[in-house]
Each structure stands twice: as structure tokens, then as C-alpha cells.
Ligand binder design. Sequence first.
Ligand SMILES: [Zn+2]
Ligand SMILES: [Zn+2]
Length: 582
Amino acid sequence: MSEQLQNKRHTLAHLLGAAVLQNYPHAKLTLGPAIDNGFYYDFDFSGGPTLGDDGLKDVQKSMKKILNGWTGFSHREVSVEEARELYQDNPYKLELVNEINERGEKITLYTVGTFTDLCRGGHCEHPNKDLDTDAFKLDKVAGAYWRGNEKNPMLSRVYGLAFDTKDELVAYQTQIEEAKKRDHRKLGKEMDLFTFSDLVGAGLPLWTPKGTIVRHLLDEYMWQLRSKHDYQRVTIPHITKKDLYEKSGHWEKFGDELFRIKTREGKEYALKPMNCPHHTQIFDRHPHSYRDMPQRYAETTMVYRDEQSGELGGLTRVLSITQDDSHVFCRQTQVKEEFFRIWDIVDTFYTTFGFAEMRVRLSFHDPSDMEKYLGTPEIWQSAENALREIAAERKANFFEATGEAAMYGPKLDFMAKDSLGREHQVATIQLDMNLPERFDLTCINEKGEKERVVMIHCAIMGSIERFTAVMTEHLGGNFPLWLAPEQVKIIPVNDAHLPYADTVYQTLKAAGLRVTLDSDNESMGKKIRAAKTDRLPYFIVLGDQEVADQTVTLEKRDGTKQVVSITDLTTLLVTEVAEKRN
Ligand SMILES: [Zn+2]
Ligand SMILES: [Zn+2]
């Protein structure tokens, strides 16, 4: 955010503090910063009535009134004694005063109108002129612990939205409303894609028949793209002896996230949190000549990670994660080409869904925290330099992020913007020189010597769960024809039209389309409404006219209609599926 907007939001936090004090004189002010979409202030209301959502309107009115008298800020430095005296009844501000004092910084008080607050500065010069009273709005009240620590008292956090103009505020509110409507947890239920069971547990989605169709289609498409680049499918068990993860380093570094299993004979096993260690053992089954390199293995399979239950919700954080995983074992000299191949797949895949421009994050290790990682600083530097070169050569829109690497190597993370302008981390490609070292993976080079190989890890969808969530919200549930679990619904007007409806149904079914015939005794209006809430790409209503003409009236999700013959109908739909139009 610009400094100017930051100052406005910060000033509004003070204004909120002043208005709350006017309406709730017993309130104790604590901290109130500017945030991404506005500002907040944390209050302790324990000495009297508490401000709830229903009180926000009055506080907002007071803010607007008070603002009239806010012509400018003045400030003065005070001694620690004076500040302590001033805040003797406010333990929160007292704590802040003492901290500022310990840091050896100056203690400053800012006054505007009749309101004074402990502050470091950074305000609008003339609040009454600079702030547009239509460009901010109090949003909600939520609980928050003092300084985010659950051992501290619970405070009331009052949130406000604030932008430069009213239009920006309205646009933001519209986007939030739209995001709520598109929430994948809501749409997933309406579209009957997945469900959860208390008996199975939180974070363990159960995929319904419709959801499973979607998963398979996504995976099939991914495989189609991969097979062009000569990937081979492999299959591994979901558990392993502890020994594999001791060698890979996962036993130690994955820590509490690893689901551990003890057998009846007392042997230690684990559920796989990643597939890489298993895949190394497939590569290592026999020696490889340089002529056989690279080896490209792909597998769509679940991995399991023990997340804390408080962090689970919908498909974005789950314990059972389906990765469209792949591992390329190649020579150093082949890294660039392999990255470019994967990059092509990423581009094709995300373009198919209409995601706008992608940004690339080079996720590097944090040199000050080497305990988190496998391998030496030299290996890391060389891997990170290789990624820098690749991103530059590809002319990508990239930036670097320290501390975001995987434990075994740096990553190239793709960030896609969805139709609501939100950015999501999607695909990831990782360069790994550490696991090949640990498992002593080599190929025999031209000179007949053993040569260390490198591994490239890649999941294009990231996980099917996360991708389904992101894609569902991006499309608002309006899946393209090729991906819709139910593609066409045929609705005969009454029983007399059933035989003709059945002919159309059989023809489309034979052409491989996912079609249903709705012969229930419901009213037409109700059936059509159901087809719309199910977000069906197409439905067909058949009546006397259609039977007489041997045609169908095809209605698209957006309401457009066309009358076609049965043969043309089949061609039209099959082509749309084959071309994966969105
Ligand atoms: Zn301030
Ligand atoms: Zn991997």
C-alpha cells in the first residue's frame, strides 16, 4: 500500500479509538495498526458494556462527527515517568511505554482534536480534509488475545475497511461478497463433489461419485500433457519402513507431521508424507547408462501429513493430499531442458482454465537457519543459481523469497491470479541435489564412470484438493463441459415425449457424453431450476415441436439457445469436449 494510504488507515485507527472512548468511556485502548484492507484497534471492554457488531453504526457516526474537528496532529516527546503517569490505569499502554523505554527510543504522544494517543507518527496532515468519510466503513468485531498470545487477556478487535475512494471500498466489498458466494466449501456441497464424516475425521475429504469424476478428468488431462514429454507411470505403497525415511532425512526433519505406525511385531513404519524417497528406490533398482537419462516418473497418489486440527478447513488444508507428483532423475546438463518441459506443461494446463498471468517465486533457503535443510551451503548455492538462470532465460515474471525452500532444495513456485484477482500458489518445480547424495544415485557416463544425478520434483496441480478448491472458486462452479461431472440433462415436457427423449439420451451416451434423462414427476419449472443450481453446462427440453421436427433445443448455462438435429448436437458437444473449451 502507498505511504499515503498507510497514513490514512493509521489515522483512522486513532479516529476509531477516539470514537470508542466517547461511546464507551471505560474502554482501554491497546494497539491499532493499519492493515491490508483498512485498520483495526484492540480494546479491553472488561470494565463495562462491550462493543458488538450491532454497536458499530453508532461508533462510525461518532467517527464522522469527531473527524470534523480533526484539523491536524501535534506531538510532543514525554519522559518515561510522565508516560507511566498518564497510562497508570492502562496496563497495555504501560507495557508498550516500558518496551519503548527499554529499546532506548523516544516516547511520543500525538494529539488531534481532543484525543491523545501513544504513537510513533505517520498520519494524514489534515485528517478532516484528507479523509473521505465515504471511503471507510467499520466492518466487524472479533476476539483477539493481547499481542496474539493465548495466555494474555482476550480483547475486542474492531476492524474497519478503508480505501482512497468510495469506489475502491465498494469494489472491495463486492469482491468479498462474490468470494463468499464462490467459497468452494459451499459450492462443493451444492455441486455434490465431496463430503466429510465425523467418523472418518476432519481434514479427510470423501469424494462423491461426481467429485471422483472431476478428479479423474483432471488427472487424465495431466497425464495427457505429461505423456507428450515421455513421463512413465510408477506405483508405490502408501507406507514404508522407518529405514527409508532415516536415510532420506524425513524421519528427523518432518517431525510431528509424520503419521507413524507400529506393527504387531513392534517394527516402526510410517505413512508417506512425500513420494520422493520411494521413487528413488525405483530409479535405483539397476544401474543406468547416460543413454537412459533422464528417467521421468509420474504418479498421482495420496500423501498424509498430520496437521493440527485447528488448521483444517475445506479442501485447502487436509490430512490426505493427492499429489500429481513426478520425479525426473537427470544429469546436471539436462536440468534446464527438463525445467522448460515442465514449464510448458504448467503453462498449457493453467491456460486451459483461463488463469491470468502467472508470477514465479524463486523459493530459496534461509542461510541463517540451516538446521531446517539437508545438504551443504555450496550445494544450495549452486542449485539456487541454476534456478535464477532458468527463470531469467524463460523471461518469467519472477521474484525471490528467502526461507520458502523445501527441506531438500530450492523451488520454483507458480502463482496464478484467479477471476477475482486473488493470487494462489499453484504448481511447484523443485531442484534437488540432496536426496541423490543421500541415496547415492548415479548414472554411468560416457567415460564409464559413476556420475551423480539430480532430481527434479514437480506437482503441476500442487494437489488435486487444493487445485479443485482454487479452480471451483475461480470458475464460480461453472466447470467447462469437458470437466463437468454431469454434462447435459434431457427434460421431456411430459410422458408422451419420453420415447424421443430416450433416443436422444442413448445417442449422446453412446458418444461418450455424461448425460442424464430427467423423467421425474416434478414440474418443468422445478426441473429447469435444478439444472441451473447444479451448474449444468447444457440442458435440453423436449416437447411436441421437437418430436415433430426431430430436433432438439439446446440451452446453455448462460441462457443462449439453439435448435439442432441430433447428429449436429452430438458433433457440437463432442467437439467442445475434445477441445477442452472453457
Ligand atoms: Zn499514530
Ligand atoms: Zn518429491
